[in-house]
Write a protein that binds this ligand. Structure first.
Ligand code: ADP
Length: 354
């Protein structure tokens, strides 16, 4: 093991169309208008111009109350319109990363965006979420004779207010620490061995219930926490050593980090913690993008536990999810500005922020 697999050895259905050369790819997915939005007669203000660009037609009002449209145009590595299904998204985002975990790599897929924009639908949906589609390919590869020494383990935890909770062990509080080799490990994290998708989905379902109905009730709304589902490949004879890892992350709603004039102390604290972690994530992605020597992992619990997603043999894909409707234009623009690595929008506000 550790020897790259020749493409011809990989089952055809697992072969990906994307390139493995990019360490970081940022994609955007636009969801369809919901029935509610259609009933409210809202308009779709987003237009996927081609496979790499998205245009937002922002409705604005001048001081003399005349209305006008400001156009913002962004370029990404890949843009998916409302017609794309999870299979299409998978093929061009997570699938190109699957092979890398069989050669000791760490693959990470994030969904970033406003609550209701499709993060969970993309990443963790039952049956069709990216994690299920990737797991199918992982289990297919594990059947190859050259990987008979490997086994898959799953863990599922969340980060809420800078604290880790094990979703597969009664939301037990967990602590991350760095060992002598500066590897981050989470002491006592529950892990289950899995060799088929049905079992994986059962484990996920169990953890997902813990996510939305936390014992204290403090985390009844899952959009306030980051959920991290990891599939680790380990050697059968040395289960302590991680050979490769795929992390699927459903981030807290990006609007939760914004200053919404919250008066409730708890909600304000949640907001500032989410803000801190999303900013730290952006900094780490930027460092990865620029091949920087220093990556600011320690700025948040999220980036600390994902340290190995940003260094060494790692591949990361961020999927920014956006809502299409006019009522969410501000959140949609914020998401696209956050994700924009090409400084592509030339509007005055984007130029100022990016
Ligand atoms: P988030 O996790 O960002 O809060 P969800 O994934 O829960 O958002 O999506 C909100 C709603 O929109 C759900 O009802 C979901 O089924 C629907 N939805 C999201 N993305 C899509 C899509 N690409 N196609 C169809 N429905 C979608």
């Amino acid at each position: 093991y550790g020897v790259p697999i020749a493409s011809s050895q990989v089952p055809k259905q697992v072969r990906a169309s994307g390139s493995l050369s990019d360490r970081i790819r940022v994609c955007v997915r636009k969801r369809p208008m919901s029935q509610k939005e259609v009933r409210r007669k809202e308009t779709d203000i987003t237009n996927v111009a081609n496979r790499r660009s998205i245009v937002v037609n922002e409705p604005k009002v001048k001081v003399d109350l005349t209305r006008y449209i400001e156009q913002h145009s962004f370029v990404f590595d890949e843009v998916f319109d409302e017609a794309a299904n999870n299979e299409d998204v998978y093929r061009r985002t997570a699938q190109p990363l699957v092979e890398s975990i069989f050669t000791g790599g760490k693959a990470t897929c994030f969904a970033y965006g406003q609550t209701g924009s499709g993060k969970t639908y993309t990443m963790l949906a039952e049956q069709t979420g990216l994690y299920v589609l990737a797991a199918k390919d992982i289990f297919t590869l594990l059947e190859l004779p050259q990987y008979s020494h490997l086994f898959a383990w799953v863990s599922f935890y969340e980060i809420y207010q800078g604290q880790l909770y094990d979703l597969l062990n009664h939301r037990k509080k967990l602590f991350a620490r760095e060992d002598g080799k500066q590897q981050v490990c989470i002491a006592g994290l529950a892990e289950f061995d899995v060799d088929n998708v049905e079992k994986l989905m059962q484990i996920f379902e169990y953890g997902n219930q813990a996510r939305s109905t936390g014992q204290t009730g403090a985390n009844e709304d899952s959009s306030r926490s980051h959920a991290i589902l990891q599939i680790c490949l380990k050697h059968r004879r040395n289960p302590k050593k991680v050979e490769g890892k795929f992390s699927f992350i459903d981030l807290a709603g990006s609007e939760r980090g914004a200053d919404r004039g919250e008066t409730d102390r708890q909600t304000r604290m949640e907001g500032s913690e989410i803000n801190k972690s999303l900013l730290a994530l952006k900094e780490c992605i930027r460092a990865l993008d620029q091949d920087s020597k220093h990556t600011p992992f320690r700025q948040s619990k999220l980036t600390q536990v994902l340290k190995d997603s940003f260094i060494g043999n790692s591949r990361t894909c961020m999927i920014a999810t956006v809502s299409p409707n006019s009522g969410n234009s501000e959140h949609t623009l914020n998401t696209l500005r956050y994700a924009d690595r090409y400084v592509s929008c030339r509007c005055s506000i984007c130029k100022l922020i990016l």
